[in-house]
Design a binder for this molecule. Structure first.
Ligand SMILES: C[S@@+](CC[C@H](N)C(=O)[O-])C[C@H]1O[C@@H](n2cnc3c(N)ncnc32)[C@H](O)[C@@H]1O
Length: 406
């Protein structure tokens, strides 16, 4: 959608019929297309473009930056040093921008969780400070998608960022000291949010989750990862027990896909340390899930991993954006309490809980394949083919020791 004309407004440029865009462009020796680019991306020009624009607009760089909301270190330092003087101005501004919200009501309850229908910001306001152990949030991506809730998914860029900042601030308030916040979004949006969150929480990881989500675009790299931001409140997480992963092996011959050279005996039989690049999370495209159309369902495997890593049984998990309820399902199956919210129809979430046994099977299937270097099936297949396993390597090492001693 682009930004809302802060650049043009700062320079008194008007677009459309009878506007002065073409005249301004001619006077400063730039094309109207270039000026539109600065406006659309709210980019402060640099170099010769900046000199020419400032001269034509008869404005200083400082005033241009202030009007565009692009604060540099000089402006930030001036604000810090004059905070008391500025306070009444900022106070009166915040009071005037409160917007109406959709009220929340309890939609349904399970043994461990509660799902509310309404605006998550409203629900957040009612949650006690420092009370939640883990928050996972997968908001709409502002891609002009039609959600069953018919929310506006094509906000102006700065409006979308401000909206995210509002609910993230509330999430930070309700998070327990030592609690974890995970944010799932496109890299572009998560990159824009990091410096704001940095002021409230402690950065742990930018996890790249390898899922292709669009067709290749000309003159661009192929978009192949979602960003999963991981923050904690305070300096130490209360809970951190990441799963360990199985070694990648060929599905036909069961040989390892990477060469681990002479380090076989040093490998942990419990599996490989998980990294900040996750390549084993499947997109949810299965025909079976078509009934949850439009809900942008994430894989249960993703939520299983996050919940396992950053919470314990009995902890409280909160997800402000329900969709098809993947977080709530994973939390319920893993014995965590949960609080959920969905602004649109929530019946798909309730229906999903009717089929909880199917979901349990899927989850158990995932968990069978982790926390062992060679899970049961792989180990048996490797033994049949005389390939090394943790057991054979250890046996060999012991006999080497014996040889050395004798
Ligand atoms: C990307 S989907 C979440 C998908 C979910 N993670 C899953 O795996 O099924 C985002 C959801 O947030 C809902 N939503 C958007 N704005 C909301 C708000 N202010 N409060 C609560 N829910 C909201 C949308 O209706 C949509 O269902």
């Amino acid at each position: 959608m682009g930004y809302s004309d802060q650049f043009f407004k700062a320079l008194d440029i008007t677009k459309g019929k009878g506007g002065n865009l073409a005249k301004f462009a001619k006077q400063c020796g730039l094309t109207a297309k270039k000026l539109k680019y600065y406006n659309e991306h709210n980019v402060v020009p640099t170099g010769l473009d900046l000199e020419n624009i400032l001269k034509t607009g008869n404005i200083s760089e400082l005033l241009l930056r202030l009007k565009m909301g692009r604060l540099d270190k000089d402006i930030i330092e001036a604000i810090q040093q004059n905070a008391d003087t500025i306070l009444p101005l900022v106070d009166s501004h915040t009071a005037s921008v409160e917007s109406p919200m959709v009220e929340c009501s309890l939609e349904f309850e399970t043994e461990l969780g509660k799902l509310y229908k309404g605006d998550c910001y409203e629900l957040l306001k009612s949650i006690e400070s420092d009370s939640i152990d883990l928050i996972f949030a997968d908001p709409p991506f502002n891609l002009d998608k039609l959600y069953p809730s018919e929310i506006n998914d094509s906000l102006r860029t700065e409006k979308y960022i401000h909206w995210c900042q509002e609910w993230i601030k509330e999430c930070s308030r309700v998070l327990k000291p030592g609690g974890s916040l995970f944010l799932w979004n496109l890299p572009k949006w998560n990159a824009a949010l990091t410096s704001y969150i940095e002021g409230m929480l402690t950065f742990r990881h930018w996890i790249g989750v390898d899922i292709k989500y669009s067709l290749p675009i000309q003159n661009r790299l192929y978009p192949s990862h979602y960003s999963l931001l991981y923050y904690i409140k305070g300096d130490k997480p209360n809970t951190f027990h990441p799963d360990r992963l199985a070694m990648d092996v060929c599905s036909k011959c069961f040989r390892e896909l990477k060469d681990y050279g002479g380090y076989k005996d040093k490998m942990n039989p419990a599996g490989i340390n998980i990294s900040d690049i996750w390549t084993d999370i499947p997109p949810v495209r299965h025909a079976k899930y078509k009934r949850r159309k439009g809900s942008n369902e994430l894989s249960l495997k993703l939520l299983d991993r996050i919940i396992e890593m950053a919470s314990n049984e009995g902890d409280i998990v909160f997800d402000p954006f329900g969709g098809s309820g993947t977080t709530y399902m994973a939390a319920e199956l893993k014995g965590r309490k949960w609080i959920g919210c969905e602004i649109g129809p929530a019946d798909i979430i309730q229906d999903r809980f009717e089929l909880i046994d199917e979901e349990r099977e899927i989850l158990e299937g995932y968990r069978k394949g982790i926390n062992a270097l060679f899970p049961e099936k792989t180990r048996k297949e490797r033994e049949k083919r005389d390939l090394w396993t943790c057991e054979t390597v250890r046996k060999k090492k012991q006999s080497d020791l014996f040889d050395e001693k004798s």
